[in-house]
Design a protein around this ligand. Structure first.
Ligand code: C2E
Ligand code: CA
Ligand code: CA
Length: 671
């Protein structure tokens, strides 16, 4: 505008042209600015991508080196094995294999001399050592053939053994160094990868302009990302994805090539202790060392992968059951040697499940499942390595699977309680409820305890179930109390808990936690459980009863407890088993038995409950025998806790006088 007023002669067209020129210049500047920015960003991207590519190339090279050193060590050890076997047995096959291994060793060393990054000076020294070693072997073998055993032994000790030792030590050192380098390169690649994932949008914008330049680099970048995606960053082992890629190839090959691949699933024993007591840092260090040893235990072509946590898998390309067992034994042996973590010596064990690929387990997921079953059997039976067979699936594994499914169910809070009322036989009033567990299974619906408890009887998962049931029962009791109803609740207790001296404390802790009085809880035990280890069990029962909890003998009449024995048990109640009760109307024998149990109970000062009352006639007869209370479908089926009060109020008038709620005293606030 200023210019226009000063140069009044400028035509409108000139003005527009000038404006357009200025605008055009501005656009060009802007475009140039944007271009510079984009190019700068792209250059940064390119630089970083190149660094990533370099790091991944270096990691790949170090991995190749690690593999070659390991191969060389493997051949050296194999030659040594075959040599010893030949010398002791003179089997020409052993000598042939020894020669073969020596030749493989020499080839591998030669290859190493031209591999980038190899320590050529040391490799050359190793070649000399290998020649020396070979000539020593030949000398011993000639002496043996000539019958000069003593001299052969002398040469064996003076030349062969030291030479074999030097070869193994040097190769182990070199492999270790290459493996450390590989991990370092991977770490660099990972950090570059992280930087790139943040800057990728900018880099992609720049890439459009310098597409040609970046094309090649991007390809390398993808390779790097792939390497990252298939490598476990902690141990530099292949991860689950890489295992599945290798397995697909190996298993596809099975039928056409007639190979017998197998899969080993490993889980460290005692790793959690290391993690918990020494910390994650040392746990990680231990895993790195384990990975290193595992890598040394397999031959080229086989795959060892880390699946996560302390779980590893080994895929063997051939050899079926025998090679599977052999490698499992080797792994157990090499992991048995103590590890040095920090300054400490640490022992870990390993449980191994072995599964051989068959028509029934043709793919990786089936193999993993079978190996997993076998691995759990190995853990349960403390048998280091177990080969999967179908029987495992039928019996033990059913249980093993059930146990692990129940653990999962507990983690996801899938157990629910139903409550069955217990009523007085004289006036029908509600005396309490029995808590009965059910499993709200995600696919199978609501499962009754008979469908999942019997197989796991005695297993430690039972403890978690008991705690869960006790917790839920007491929480429900507290809820009722808050609504004004004092309803005692009974919980079924397995034998395991009665043998656990800490169980009473657990019970009183839970009572305290929910503020429920002890006499509101009744524990139902069976006769047989109290007979397992009577002394310990009676002592636990005494402690429980001393705290005020009530004890009831469940299913009475099905076990063999004598009257004298019963007298010694600190109990309050007897529950006559359903099997007698059901028949008392039509079978006089059952009626007599029930009557004598009632009398026995009363003589011992116990209250007696009839279980499984399904109709009024049974209830009437029970009442006439003097039985105190009853439970059964005739009165009520087990029901969710929320329904108990409406059931209760539905059969008797709502109490006019609500029983005061039992609460802990409110904390006093002092001025
Ligand atoms: P139990 O302790 O003898 O429990 C009574 C069982 O009889 C319950 O079966 C109940 O539903 C059933 N029942 C009640 N009245 C009648 C009736 O009139 N007729 C018939 N036919 N059956 C009746 P449920 O709930 O299937 O439990 C079965 C067993 O599982 C229980 O027998 C108990 O031994 C065990 N159980 C249940 N819950 C738990 C628990 O939380 N922990 C433990 N350890 N065991 C439990
Ligand atoms: Ca019971
Ligand atoms: Ca019972």
């Amino acid at each position: 505008m200023c210019q226009l007023s000063r140069h009044g002669s400028d035509s409108h067209a000139d003005y527009l042209a000038k404006g357009a020129r200025i605008g055009g210049n501005g656009q060009r500047w802007a475009a140039a600015g944007v271009l510079v920015l984009v190019v700068a960003a792209a250059l940064m991207g390119v630089l970083s991508t190149q660094r990533l590519a370099k790091a991944t190339d270096a990691a790949a090279a170090s991995t190749t080196l690690t593999d070659l050193y390991r191969d060389a060590r493997f051949y050296a050890l194999m030659a040594d094995d075959e040599y010893h076997e030949y010398v002791s047995q003179r089997d020409l096959v052993d000598q042939f294999e020894e020669t073969q291994a020596l030749s493989d060793l020499s080839d591998t060393l030669e290859k190493l001399t031209t591999t980038p990054g190899a320590d050529v000076r040391r490799v050359r020294a190793l070649q000399v050592e290998a020649d020396h070693y070979e000539s020593a072997l030949n000398q011993v073998e000639d002496l043996v053939l000539a019958g000069k055993t003593a001299e052969a032994m002398r040469v064996d000790m003076s030349r062969v053994d030291p030479s074999a030792g030097r070869l193994a030590t040097d190769l182990t050192e070199l492999e270790e160094a290459a493996s450390v380098a590989s991990r370092a390169h991977l770490a660099t690649a990972a950090s570059q990868g992280r930087w790139l994932s943040g800057g990728t949008p900018v880099v992609v914008g720049g890439t459009l302009l310098v597409a040609l330049l970046l094309f090649n680099v991007l390809r390398r970048y993808r390779r790097g990302v792939e390497l990252l995606a298939t490598t476990d960053p902690l141990t530099a082992l292949p991860n689950r994805l890489a295992l599945s890629q290798s397995a697909t190839a190996v298993l596809d090959n099975r039928l056409s090539a007639g190979t017998r691949p197998s899969l080993l699933l490993l889980d460290l024993d005692g790793f959690k202790d290391v993690n918990d007591t020494l910390g994650h840092h040392y746990g990680d260090e231990l895993l790195v060392q384990v990975a290193h040893r595992l890598r040394g235990a397999i031959k080229r072509g086989d795959v060892v992968a880390r699946l996560g946590g302390d779980e590893f898998a080994v895929l063997l390309t051939d050899g079926g059951e025998s090679v599977g067992r052999l490698v499992a034994d080797r792994i157990r042996a090499i992991l048995r040697m103590p590890f040095t973590v920090g300054q400490l010596s640490v022992d870990v064990g390993v449980s191994i499940g072995i599964a051989v690929a068959t028509t029934e387990a043709p793919d990786l997921s089936a193999l993993l499942r079978c190996a997993d079953v076998a691995m759990y059997v190995a853990k349960e039976t403390r048998d280091g390595a177990v080969l999967y067979t179908r029987e495992h699936d039928d019996r033990t594994a059913d249980k093993v699977r059930l146990v692990s499914e129940l653990r999962r169910a507990l983690d996801h809070d899938e157990l629910v309680l139903h409550f069955q009322p217990k009523v007085a036989l004289d006036d029908g009033r509600l005396l309490g409820v029995e808590a009965l567990v059910r499993w709200q299974h995600p696919t199978r619906g609501l499962l009754a305890p008979g469908q999942f408890l019997p197989p796991i009887d005695g297993n430690e998962v039972m403890d978690r179930i008991t705690t869960d049931v006790l917790t839920k029962a007491l929480r429900q009791s507290k809820t009722w109390a808050e609504l004004g109803e004092r309803i005692p609740v009974a919980v079924n207790i397995p034998t395991r808990s009665l043998l656990n001296l800490a169980f009473p404390v657990q019970v009183t802790d839970l009572l305290d936690r929910f503020g429920v009085e002890a006499d509101m809880l009744c524990l139902e035990i069976t006769e047989s459980s109290s007979m397992r280890d009577p002394e310990r069990c009676i002592s636990v029962l005494h402690t429980l009863r001393a705290s005020g909890v009530r004890i009831s003998i469940d299913d009475y009449g099905t076990g063999y407890a004598s009257m004298a024995y019963l007298k010694n048990l600190p109990v309050d109640e007897l529950k006559i088993d359903r099997s007698f009760i059901a028949r008392i109307v039509e079978d006089p024998q059952s009626a007599i038995l029930a009557r004598s149990i009632v009398e026995l109970g009363h003589n011992l000062g116990l209250t007696v409950v009839g279980e499984g009352v399904e109709d009024a006639s049974v209830g009437d007869l029970l009442r006439k025998t003097g039985c105190d209370s009853a439970q059964g479908f005739h009165y009520a089926r087990p029901m969710p806790g929320d329904d108990v009060l409406s059931w209760h109020y539905g059969r008797m008038p709502i109490p006019t006088q609500v029983i005061p709620v039992q609460r802990r005293p409110e904390p006093q606030i002092h001025a």
